[in-house]
Design a protein around this ligand. Structure first.
Ligand SMILES: Cc1cc2nc3c(=O)[nH]c(=O)nc-3n(C[C@H](O)[C@H](O)[C@H](O)COP(=O)(O)O)c2cc1C
Length: 201
């Protein structure tokens, strides 16, 4: 199973990136997980001719080819980071790599809530007509993330790592189920292709 892990931050030092790196290492026997950075994508500027920057095309191609996507999001002011919204805007501008794509959301925060509000917001964003991903209902929230890892980058709390194991196993099943849920896929794709925010009344 090929999974793309999107690092939803442009911070050099990030516990969300650490969490994705842990997931990549910890589940190496269960999935081939490639982490991708979005920090160097240009700012979305709605190019009139819909010409996409090369790094956006490369990211979209990786997502198209993958069986599923994990998105790791920090929370800033109850929202997803601007850099993550930026990537999603590009990924919905005349291209549809997220359509029907199974997505697992993870999030880490220094405080108690583990990015819960950003995760909820991300679900809503991923339901937009040109994204329309299939998001796993389970959420994985890592609170007090600065204290969550040992020197080897492993999660220290057993209950937390067991929860992540269980959610990841659910996600692998969810990927398989989503593959089978293909009846409406072409129809939804046509709908997304015909949808245009700028010609709506
Ligand atoms: C401007 C700013 C706003 C923040 N807003 C929130 C917030 O709304 N909720 C929250 O749980 N943490 C908030 N935090 C703390 C973040 O969880 C923490 O700084 C960090 O970004 C966690 O992710 P990271 O280690 O991947 O960078 C905020 C931090 C900053 C600098």
């Amino acid at each position: 199973m090929k999974i793309i892990g999107i690092v939803g931050t442009n911070s050099e030092k990030s516990t969300n990136r650490q969490l994705l790196q842990y997931i990549q290492k910890h589940f190496v026997d269960k999935a081939d997980i490639e982490l991708v950075e979005i920090k160097d994508l240009p700012f979305f500027n709605k190019p009139a001719d819909r010409t996409l920057p090369e790094p956006v095309k490369a990211l979209a191609a990786k997502i198209e080819e993958a069986d599923g996507v994990i998105i790791g999001t920090p929370e800033y002011d109850h929202s997803v980071p601007a850099v993550l919204m930026n990537a999603l805007a590009w990924l919905s501008y005349g291209i549809y790599p997220m359509l029907n794509k199974p997505v697992m959301i993870t999030g880490a925060s220094y405080g108690t809530l583990g990015s819960s509000r950003a995760q909820l917001q991300l679900r809503q964003i991923l339901n937009a007509p040109e994204l329309k991903a299939n998001v796993l209902p389970d959420e994985f929230l890592l609170s007090h993330s600065l204290q969550a890892f040992d020197s080897k980058g492993d999660l220290t709390d057993i209950e937390t790592s067991q929860k992540l194991d269980a959610i990841f196993d659910d996600f692998r099943l969810f990927v398989k189920m989503t593959e089978k849920m293909s009846h409406a896929k072409e129809l939804l794709k046509k709908e997304a292709e015909n949808f245009d925010w700028e010609t709506l009344n």
